[in-house]
Design a protein around this ligand. Structure first.
Ligand code: GAL
Length: 411
């Protein structure tokens, strides 16, 4: 069964992604940042002669503390274009060509920082120090109990979500854009002080976004703590291959290279079990439309999540730092296709069950319930309290290092 499944996932990769060619069309120019007296000049950085790729830097907005947030536009030689900001390393816009070569912004986000500072469900953000939930905001290391302020309470049960109320998604990171020939990117760095959001140890962090000419967005995470501490970094980009604020993602076809998942309780905290997906609405080992089984009556797990909001355990996870395929996503209408490859052992599939029309997107249109989905590569939620999960504890001086790729194409 394992082998057949492995072959399936691989087969899909070769058949679908291998055939996807990057359309030649130019992506539309990203929307302008709102007018402000602070607007700085657009800077083209280290432009490589004869390259279709480029990186440009410009003022994005001020945050509520009056700090300047900058935007970096990564224009890929293969047609993908992304606007990212140094506030939380957020991907504000992500232009993906469709099967006819027409580009559309396919990620959820806001045109200003105020949106991110008020109702933001982590749109496009780097998540740290700990992706997903830690039960009750408590964990013990070497007999010492650490108490993290709780910032979330699904089912009325408090927990620490995504690194706390002022997690790494709210930080202004140092950012250095770069271009090497047709490859462009930004290196984000920051220091999280000892005790940040209740976590032990100072952590030096570096997250590198690279956009390759093959339309691969590679994310490399590095973090070095000076005390024993849990670290679990991810990216919370939301996708909608119909375009942002253009309906739901229920007709997207998803494949997850995962034959098991970690069931949760009413607080969306893993129970500690690792259960097979076979015969359940969680079996995405072959492609299924997300809407097909999301509202299956009587499924307790779907009831707790109000849909899919679960960690899946990869069947054939990364060995020796090689990337392993975790997921594939396809929208037949636009032909947009994506694969997710990672060194992480798990992936959180969240189908936007907390999204509401109170969140108004970049085109001024409200977002819908399930108007976007996230595929967050990660270690399993609540690992510091789950002895049978792979550990997330990093030793002092140890280099935490993971890589994830979102590989975009069409078919
Ligand atoms: C996901 C999480 C969801 C929700 C979302 C942010 O990673 O699994 O339960 O909290 O982030 O709104």
């Amino acid at each position: 069964m394992k082998n057949i499944y492995g072959a399936l996932c691989c087969g899909l990769a070769l058949l679908a992604f291998g055939c996807a060619t990057a359309p030649e069309s130019e992506a539309p120019a990203p929307a302008e940042a709102p007018e402000t007296p602070e607007v700085q000049e657009v800077q083209e950085v280290q432009a490589a002669p004869n390259s279709k790729a480029s990186v440009t830097t410009k003022f994005f907005a001020k945050n509520k503390l009056g700090q300047t947030v900058m935007q970096y536009t990564l224009k890929g030689a293969g047609g993908v274009v992304m606007d990212v900001i140094n506030y939380g390393g957020k991907v504000v816009r992500l232009y993906l060509p469709d099967k006819n070569g027409e580009s559309k912004d396919c990620t959820l986000g806001f045109n200003d920082v105020a949106g991110y500072e008020t109702v933001d469900p982590y749109f496009g953000s780097i998540i740290g120090r700990y992706g997903n939930r830690i039960a009750n905001g408590l964990f013990v290391i070497d007999g010492v109990t650490y108490r993290l302020p709780t910032n979330n309470e699904p089912g009325g049960i408090p927990c620490c979500l995504h690194g706390g109320a002022a997690g790494w998604d709210t930080k202004i990171w140092d950012a250095v854009p770069f271009q090497n020939g047709d490859t462009v990117g930004v290196v984000f760095t920051t220091t999280s002080p000892d005790g940040d959001q209740g976590f032990p140890g100072k952590v030096e962090a570096k997250v590198t976004y690279t956009l390759t000419p093959e339309n691969v967005w590679r994310i490399e995470y590095e973090a070095v703590p000076d005390k024993k501490t849990p670290i679990n970094l991810t990216q919370h980009v939301y996708f909608n291959f119909n375009g942002e604020a253009e309906g739901t993602i229920l007709d997207h076809e998803l494949t997850l290279c995962a034959d098991k998942m970690t069931p949760v309780d009413a607080g969306l905290i893993p129970t500690g079990e690792i259960t097979p997906v076979a015969g359940t609405p969680f079996d995405f080992t072959t492609p299924h439309k997300i809407g097909e089984r999301v509202d299956t009556k009587g499924d307790k797990q779907l009831e707790y999540g109000n849909g899919y909001d679960h960690n899946f355990v990869l069947t054939n996870p990364s060995q020796n730092g090689e990337l392993a395929q975790a997921a594939a996503l396809y929208d037949a209408k636009s032909g947009r296709y994506m694969e997710v490859w990672t060194t992480e052992p798990g992936i959180q599939f969240y189908c936007g069950n907390f999204l509401t029309d109170k969140m108004v997107g970049k085109q001024g249109k409200p977002y819908q319930f399930r108007g976007g989905l996230a595929l967050e590569t990660q270690h399993y939620p609540d690992s510091p309290n789950q002895p049978n999960f792979p550990t997330t504890i990093v030793q002092p001086g140890q280099v935490y290092k993971t890589t994830t790729e979102y590989r975009f194409g069409t078919k």
